[in-house]
Write a protein of this length. Sequence first.
Lengths: 434, 260, 563
Amino acid sequence: MVEITDVVCSLCGCVCDDIVLEVENNKVVKVKRGACSVGKSKLLGHERIKSPMIRENGELKECSYDEAIKKSAEILYKSRRPLLYGWSSTVCEADKVGVELTEDLGAVMDNTASVCHGPSVLAIQDVGLPSCTLGEVKNRADLVIYWGANPAQAHANHMKRYSYVSKGYWTAEGKKGKKLVVVDVRKTMTAKMADVFVQVEQGQDYPVFSALRAILQGHEDVVPDKVGGVPKEQLLELANMVKEAKFVMTFFGMGVTHTGARHNNIVNAIQFTRAAHLHTKASIMPLRGHYNVAGINQVCTWETGFPFAIEMARGYAWYNPGELSATDLLYRGDCDAAMIIASDPGAHFPGESLKHLAKIPVIQIDPYANPTTEFADVVIPVAVSGIEAEGNVYRMDNIPIRLRKILDTDYLPDEEILERILTEVRALREKEGE
Amino acid sequence: MQTITLKLKEAVRSGIAAVPVEVDALTPDQLFGKNEAELKAVKVWWGNREENTGDLFDVSVEGDAGNAEEVKIVFEGDLTRVKRIGDGMKAGEIEARGDVDMRCGAMMEGGKIVVKGNANCWAGREMRGGELIIEGDAEDNLCAMYRGEDKGMTGGKVTVNGNAGELVGQYMAGGEILIKGNADRLAGLNMRGGKITIESDAQWPGSDMTGGEIVVKGETEMTPSFKFVETATVDGVEYKKYLGDLAMGEKKAKGTLHVK
Amino acid sequence: MADELLIRNGVVYDPINGVKGEKKDICIRDGKVVDSVTNPKVIDAEGRVVMPGGVDIHAHIAGGKVNAGRIMRPEDERKGVEPKTKVCRAQSGYSVPNTFATGYRYARMGYTFVMEAAMPPLAARHTHEEMIDIPILDNAALPLIDNNWMTMEYVKSGDMDLLAAYMAWIIKATKGFGVKIVNPGGTEAWAWGKNCDLNDSVPYFDVTPAEIIKGLAVANEKFDMPHSIHVHTNMLGHPGNFEVTKDTYDLVKGVKASKDRQVIHTTHTQFHSYGGTNWGNFESKADAIADYINQNDHATIDIGSVILGDTTTMTADGPMEYSLYQITGRKWTNHDVELETGSGITPFLYSGKVSVHTIQWAIGQELALLVKDPWKVALTTDHPNAGPFIGYPIIISHLMSKKRRDESAEDMHKAIFDRAALPSIDREYDLNEIAIITRGMTAKALGLHEHGKGHLGVGADADVAIYDMSPEERDAGKIQKAFLNTKYTIKAGEIVVKDGEVVATPPGRTIFVTPECDDKLTDEMMVTLKDKFAKYYSVTLNNYPVQDAYLPNPYEIKAPWRS
């Protein structure tokens, strides 16, 4: 039995990197320290797709990697508008090959940001993002605001490692020296821990931000007695807490990115942070979901100029979420083939979008079977990044961390599968003499 | 006067997917002076491949034109997956007989487009001049900016006979928009110039505006950061005049919002 | 069979080897310049200008804040789109081009090496990941070492050996090249929303920026470092800051360089040569800075010259970006990095109709023209801060033509005539001087001339730029055009650009420096560092250093301990 320390978790955007594992006979037998319960379950492993498969007469039949890769290349090469979607639960090295494949095919490429923090990216494109690394929060923040986020359940280690509960240089007393504010539509587990809980009516976050901004700008006189279900006195109290704090940190989650004014909620949240900066130091950060959703945004941007929802049909990147997001594309029935990698639209997309996905040829690349497998025409199992394959990922604060390879495997890593598909596509093109 | 009729072939819409055709190459200024054979050979993008116009559309030409102003293009057939009609057009006229797909009249500089149906998102995006008439509804982002730009529509006139979606005229800096029905959330967001008139209802109009004027003739749900100035009369009708958006700070709050 | 190339009959400018426009053949074998060749492919350069590949001493081309600039500005990205070709990947971006465009566009200007000027240590992997994706160019990156808590604590305790040990560790851990200093103390203060002038005390740390700069200069010279400390001085962009800049030079005047080079390089000095007390009486003090440089030999500068138009500013100087955003109200990104540094990004439009911008535009060129010895000055735009690197040919044409400068000044705000010196300067650069400020000086200031960069002597890297112009060309427009797109760019003996088009995209190398520190000193320093990781960092020490996988084409320079 071997103990391995400082293992990096490949589950959520926290990317905890101080996990201690015990490995025996090429198996993780125990997670000794560091991981939350969900992370632990991933590290211990669960059932895998056994072999590459191709659907014939409605049934998935086992085949070789070569056959599955060839079939995938044929589907993609033939397509007039392939969608390559997913990318957030794999490493940057694979994402890079994905961009090259997109360019080669003239495909549409989108990643899971478009159904989670895509709105945050749109907001950043309007107003920027005053932010910091998570260690800054840990060492300095004396006022932590969670808005539309419930880390106590969704990012179990977040408060302990990085924010409200953590102890740092100027925050040696931990939560004793800090204030916690939670803004949400219902009293969540996180809200129960808060010094102040602000309950906003569903879909009314936008005017609440506007009111707070007006107050911080010195115009509380124009603010009505109640905004979005929140009494003016509570807004004034919150604004005062902001003014009196030394370092204000706002984290926001899906509760605010996908309701009401959606991405403009985030614009307003960032504008609130900018207004807070007139009085004190203030930062803001999206609580990102998948462990490398930040990474695919980074890679896609430095390689194409844009973070997600791009089309390369004309040989260069055209970016337009809302036109090119996977859900829109599928809802409209705009693409005639799809490759789904490292994600599960089968479980997360609206029914209308899935209907089209079931109609067109679909290639799935994933370590695990999931609802997408039910309608995939080619299924290619891969090594689990962070356990069986190494590579770079970006934490939710865009800190790059390298995932390790801990166990040996016969499964191929995503990167290699994609490179082989790309090679096959190029061979098909050469054959056709284009 | 010359009329070029382009009717989308049914075969284009018969596959398992509805891959859109992009017709930004088919504007009066670009087609002026081409004979029928040349018209049919103009390349248009259909997915990741370029095709001949004549392979996707039935093409017919009537009359002659002395300049681009005298060219009228009529789009017919199922246009719900025909994108970028009149994108970047500088002169002449386009009539689209049916519902059109995204980015109709985007970057338009001159001439006139009439849509005899609904327009999908981003119609009139970053419009600079000319006239766009949408006889049905307009979906989100009508006359808005491209992602990240701080200037949207800068000139021209747009009329929507029906309702408009979210974010009408975002970052608008000039020109005029008239919505005869309702405007969904955040019309005139970040507006800095020009005028938007909404004849029915609006939710949160003019948020973060720093200039320009919005008139809402129906019901208005306002954001909480506008300052009431006075009762004012516009075209003989009495309105409450507000100044904003104070969320942007006093120095920048130079937009005018008229509500009933 | 050896891979041979002969560049015949070009007019060669190779200032490091004293070649000033001589008709000369360049022989190349296996990627290096050699004495002679036997069976080469021949390039006829008859009548054309031939120079070593360009060496950029300071640009922001890769890493977290560059990419944050891209993410924030799709409107900039769409400005520069070019479709893929048989050899090139798709391009995007104007002021912050994607990685591929960065490589192609530099190569088309005849550049073959670029220094990424600011690498946050904690995010060093990001910088390297992007550098892997920049084709053609050799590169290196300067880690930020000045606002680091470890640095400030050792500066306060006065233990320069332990400071040197920490400096060495960070450079090794980040696979960096040297010591970058950006608004020392000011960026830490910014974590609380404050800033620091040169002699202010950094909040909670009880040291001054002046002490940090001096300390790091001393630490740097304890090793045979190829480069000196590379300094973005305090108070960037503030009227009257030229005094701070001069005081900064004086701080390190007594420090002895470990090699034959400067002890301090101050970067984008245009932003630090300002007179006046406010934006109303803002004026050029380029003459005062140039006088200092002329009278002293321990300091070099790069100019950070302004290109008119829209750009994206980005720097580790967080408070400065905040001030800029306060002026424009445009979008603003900030990213403070725990225990080390920070960064800010905001778009900016330089307009020739605005007095301040016009004076800024003049100052960069004044610095180049008033510093007498071109071996002390480098051409930069602090890409993309004062403008994108593709503006270099514009600057070159202005430096070479008084007429061009006068024509430009005519269209600009009249403040240029009473609050700047440029219109009264007659000096014109010749091609030899251009070669110095774009390759010879920069290679020497970085110590890279000893590693084959910036010259064409036997043994040098076969990086060559052939410009489609005669040495007698006086037309500024034609000069600008020639410097934007080479006739040929050759990288390590391979033709990568022909007739202005990229024809091959070999990967570049990453050059890194290994300062060799005594084990006992390192062990002592590590006790303190481990405590920092245990208590204050949000990553573990074991996961911190950049792994070898991030440098697929490494080139190591060892820097032995000197004292």
